[in-house]
Ligand binder design. Structure first.
Ligand SMILES: Nc1ncnc2c1ncn2[C@@H]1O[C@H](COP(=O)(O)OP(=O)(O)O)[C@@H](O)[C@H]1O
Ligand SMILES: [Mg+2]
Length: 363
C-alpha cells in the first residue's frame, strides 16, 4: 500500500485542475482560489483569500450575482458563457458553472464556481466557420466566373469590331467605355478564378528581399503614391515558399497600404525580423522559426467592425475594389504553414504582420 500522503488529495486535485476553481462562504468571502484561477483572473491567491468576491471581481459583477443567486436561491449555472475582465491581458471568453457546497450534515457552507477558458475553442470555431464559408463561396464564385467569362469575351470583341466600323468618330467614346468596362470585369473574374483554384505550391528556399524589392518597385512605378521605406534585417535567413504566390501576397498588402495612405502625406514601410519566441507558433503549423514581414502604413486605418470582415471574400470599402486581396493573401500564407496578423487604429494606420517559416526544407 502506498502511504496515504502519496494519494492525490482533493486539495491537490483542485490546485492542479486546468479550470479555475473559486469557492466562497455565504457572506461571499473567498476561501478557495486555485492556480488556474490566479492565472485567468490575474489576481494572486494571497490577495484573493479572505476578500469579498465583489472586490476581486469588481469589473465582473455578473459573477458576483451568479454566486449570490447560487447561494441564496439555489440557482445553478452550467457552462454559462461570459467574458472575464483581467488585470493586464485582454478580456477572455469563459464558460462558468456554479454549485452549492454542503457539509456532511447537509448544511449549506457556501458555493463554488468552475471557470473554463474558451479562448482556444472560440478561435477554433471561427476558423472552421471561415473554412466552410470559404469553400462554399469558392465553388459558387468559380461557377459564376465561368458563366461571365465567355459572354464577356463576346461583348468586348463585338465592341472592338463596332469601333472599327464606326464612321462617326464621336461615337467611339461609347465603344471605348464598353471595352474599358469589359476589361475591368474581366480582371475581377480572373481574380475570382485565381482565388478558387488551388494550385500546388512550388516551394523553394527564397530570398524574401528579392520578392519584396520586386513588389516595391512595381508599386512605386505607379504615380502619386508615397515612397515605400525598407527596414530589412540583413541577417534574415531564406524562407521556404512559392515565389509567385508570395509576390502576389506582398503586392496585395503593399497596394492596400498605399491605397490607405491615399493622396495624403504618410508613410508605408516594409520591415523584417526573425521571431524566436516559440509561443507565437500558430495553430496547425509545425514548430519552426519564423520570419516576420511587416507592412505598415500611416493611412486611414480600419474600424473595429470591419476588421473581422477583411478576410471575407468580396468585402471591400473601395469603389471598384474586388475585396479578394486579403482573402487570397490569408489563404496563401496559411498554405505556406505561416500566419497573418493585423492590427489597426482608425485614423492612425495599420500593421499587417506576415509570418513565414524559415529554412525547414533545407536541401
Ligand atoms: N492597410 C489597410 N488600411 C486600411 N484598410 C485596409 C488595409 N488593408 C485592407 N483594408 C480594408 O480591407 C478591405 C479589403 O481589402 P482587400 O481584400 O485587399 O480588397 P480591396 O483592396 O479590393 O478592397 C479594403 O477595402 C479596406 O477597407
Ligand atoms: Mg486590396
Amino acid at each position: 500500500m502506498a502511504p496515504s500522503e502519496n494519494i492525490p488529495s482533493y486539495e491537490n486535485i483542485i490546485e492542479n485542475l486546468n479550470e479555475g476553481v473559486i469557492a466562497v462562504i455565504p457572506s461571499l468571502e473567498v476561501t478557495v482560489f486555485n492556480q488556474a484561477a490566479e492565472r485567468m483572473v490575474e489576481f494572486s491567491r494571497a490577495q484573493a483569500l479572505g476578500r469579498n468576491l465583489a472586490e476581486v471581481f469588481a469589473m465582473d459583477r455578473w459573477l458576483v450575482e451568479m454566486m449570490r443567486m447560487t447561494i441564496e436561491g439555489g440557482k445553478l449555472f452550467s457552462d454559462y458563457e461570459e467574458t472575464l475582465h483581467r488585470r493586464i491581458s485582454p478580456p477572455m471568453p469563459v464558460a462558468v458553472s456554479t454549485t452549492q457546497v454542503f457539509d456532511p450534515e447537509g448544511n449549506l457552507t457556501g458555493a463554488a464556481v468552475l471557470m473554463k477558458d474558451l479562448t482556444g475553442i472560440r478561435s477554433l470555431e471561427s476558423e472552421t466557420l471561415r473554412k466552410e464559408r470559404l469553400a462554399y463561396i469558392g465553388s459558387f464564385a468559380a461557377n459564376i466566373a465561368h458563366e461571365i467569362k465567355n459572354p464577356l469575351g463576346g461583348i468586348k470583341g463585338s465592341a472592338q469590331l463596332l469601333a472599327k466600323k464606326l464612321k462617326d468618330g464621336s461615337l467611339r467614346e461609347y465603344t471605348d467605355v464598353i471595352i474599358k468596362e469589359a476589361d475591368r470585369l474581366n480582371r475581377i473574374v480572373r481574380e475570382m478564378l485565381d482565388f478558387t483554384k488551388t494550385k500546388k505550391l512550388r516551394k523553394k528556399n527564397l530570398n524574401i528581399y528579392k520578392v519584396l524589392d520586386a513588389v516595391i518597385s512595381l508599386v512605386e512605378r505607379e504615380e502619386g503614391g508615397p515612397a515605400v521605406v525598407r527596414r530589412y534585417d540583413p541577417s534574415l535567413p531564406a524562407v521556404t515558399g512559392d515565389e509567385g504566390k508570395l509576390t502576389q501576397v506582398f503586392l496585395n498588402l503593399v497596394k492596400n497600404a498605399v491605397e490607405a495612405v491615399g493622396g495624403r502625406d504618410g508613410e508605408v514601410s516594409v520591415s523584417t525580423r526573425m521571431v524566436t519566441e516559440f509561443h507565437i507558433v500558430a495553430e496547425g503549423s509545425k514548430e519552426a522559426k519564423f520570419a516576420e514581414i511587416e507592412i505598415s502604413d500611416t493611412g486611414c486605418g480600419i474600424p473595429q467592425e470591419n476588421l473581422e470582415k477583411i478576410f471575407t471574400p468580396f468585402f471591400t470599402t473601395k469603389p471598384g475594389g474586388s475585396g479578394l486581396g486579403m482573402a487570397i493573401s490569408y489563404r496563401i500564407i496559411k498554405e505556406h504553414g505561416g500566419f497573418l496578423k493585423i492590427e489597426s487604429s482608425p485614423g492612425k494606420g495599420t500593421r499587417v504582420m506576415v509570418y513565414l517559416p524559415v529554412g525547414i526544407e533545407q536541401t
